[in-house]
Design a protein around this ligand. Structure first.
Ligand code: HAM
Length: 424
């Protein structure tokens, strides 16, 4: 039996799992601060849901879906992203939900790409979606919430890039203009870029090989070809971000890898990570998505942030990682009487809401201290024969600091000086 998990997946274990849990908790706090409600949708969906919404030509659909047939012969796919699922769930239950419906998720996604640093086959996202409003303040709120989450974690080297990619009114004409500009130069483009020109021309700006050539850099820009309504919407979003004091750059070549976007698109890019993994998250408006699924026209906007990449960026920037979630103390007892006193103390500590643990079997002092150390506890509370005889406990910090002997009746109070819950 192989002990390693499948390629492109990770076991999250302490202390990395503590840091990830810290991000989850921060995600829940941030989302609720803005009034987003927690949702969960199935891990797998009918394949058609993603094939229709992400775009037949997107990398996600053409190369990266985990698709399988179930016993009933239906084609199912592990979700590569959450937006399509949340909109589907909204359409299924719209009459029971408020408008706009503000949802958030913290969940695993699955994409069968080539695994590399920052590119996993199972990865974690925190995302929000505001479904049912086309108004620019909805865009602003979503972007500001994402920005707050990232900066609140201590990230400083993050650039917010914003663009508008138009809508059904102005994009078709722009698309033709772009094709007319690039087509005469087809021979100069590499194969990937030529395919994009045929299937999804806006994505030539994203080409690995040719994206930065003078030819592509000289191409007409969507933001200079927006219809009046899209232009006004984009201006209102930019003004809203200014009013919220959120710094951003307008990146007129920002196009996203999923097909459902209209109008506002944005990305949070880490300047501390290599380009292939620098996108910490992104999102945008998807005003046509509900209709693609056969629902009533329902505008929406949201983001997803890649939590695995955010941990990488925090490490790279040397920021403090969300704290280790060790226990407050590990009670070390030597001898029968001490073990009884120790067991009672562990119970009292837990009753007082102070995380505590102890060995299950009698072990020598040194072995128990090692267990205490490895448990991630802040203190070892030592109960030896002398302590039991004098009714005391030795409080030994497992980090820096000197040990202290205190009356055993004071241990609970002494440890409650620290708010262990807040420490997390
Ligand atoms: P996305 O850009 O495909 O958007 O993914 C969002 C983030 O998830 C990326 O910026 C990246 O940080 C992370 N991510 C994507 N693929 C991987 C991977 N293979 N390994 C590790 N991290 C990854 C969406 O998923 C849209 N649903 C966002 C959205 C919400 N748009 C509107 N609402």
């Amino acid at each position: 039996m192989e002990f390693q998990p499948p390629r492109g997946t990770d076991d999250l274990l302490p202390p990395v799992s503590d840091a990830m849990l810290g991000l989850y908790e921060a995600a829940h706090r941030t989302a609720r601060l803005y009034g987003f409600r927690y949702v969960e949708t199935p891990t797998f969906e009918h394949t058609e849901l993603f094939a229709r919404t992400s775009g037949e030509t997107s990398d996600v659909v053409t190369k990266e879906m985990y698709t399988f047939e179930d016993k009933g012969g239906r084609s199912l796919t592990l979700r590569p992203e959450q937006t399509a699922s949340i909109v589907r769930a909204y359409l299924a239950h719209a009459h029971d939900l408020p408008t706009p419906f503000k949802a958030y998720h913290v969940s695993q996604q699955f994409r069968h790409g080539r695994p590399q640093a920052g590119r996993l086959r199972e990865f974690r996202q925190f995302g929000v979606e505001t479904i049912g409003s086309a108004a620019p303040p909805a865009d602003v709120e979503v972007i500001v919430a994402g920005d707050r989450f990232l900066r609140g974690r201590g990230l400083r080297q993050v650039e917010l890039r914003v663009n508008s990619i138009g809508d059904a009114e102005c994009r078709p004409a722009y698309r033709e203009k772009l094709i007319a500009y690039l087509e005469p130069h087809q021979a100069e483009l590499d194969e990937d870029c030529r395919t994009r020109l045929r299937t999804n021309p806006l994505r030539v700006f994203d080409c690995k090989v040719d994206g930065q050539t003078p030819l592509v850099l000289g191409a007409p820009l969507i933001s200079e070809n927006l219809c009046q309504a899209c232009g006004e919407h984009f201006a209102a979003v930019r003004n809203g971000l200014d009013a919220a004091s959120v710094a951003f750059v307008h990146d007129p070549r920002l196009v996203r890898g999923l097909d459902y976007y209209t109008r506002t698109t944005f990305e949070f890019v880490s300047q501390a990570l290599a380009q292939a993994q620098a996108a910490l998250g992104g999102g945008g408006r998807y005003d046509g998505l509900a209709e693609v699924l056969g629902g009533a026209p329902t505008p929406g906007i949201g983001f997803a942030l890649g939590l695995d990449r955010i941990l990488m960026a925090l490490r790279e920037e040397g920021a403090t990682l969300p704290g280790e979630l060790g226990i407050a103390c590990f009670v070390v007892s030597i001898g029968d009487e001490a073990s009884r006193v120790g067991a009672r103390l562990v119970g009292d500590l837990r009753d007082a809401g102070i995380p505590a643990a102890a060995a299950f079997e009698e072990r020598p002092l040194k072995a128990q201290l090692k267990m205490a150390d490895r448990s991630g506890a802040a203190y070892a509370v030592i109960l030896g024969e002398r302590e039991v005889a004098t009714g005391t406990a030795t409080m030994k910090p497992l980090g820096d600091g000197d040990q202290e002997e205190i009356p055993i009746g004071d241990v609970v109070n002494w440890l409650s000086r620290t708010d262990w819950a807040a420490e997390r």
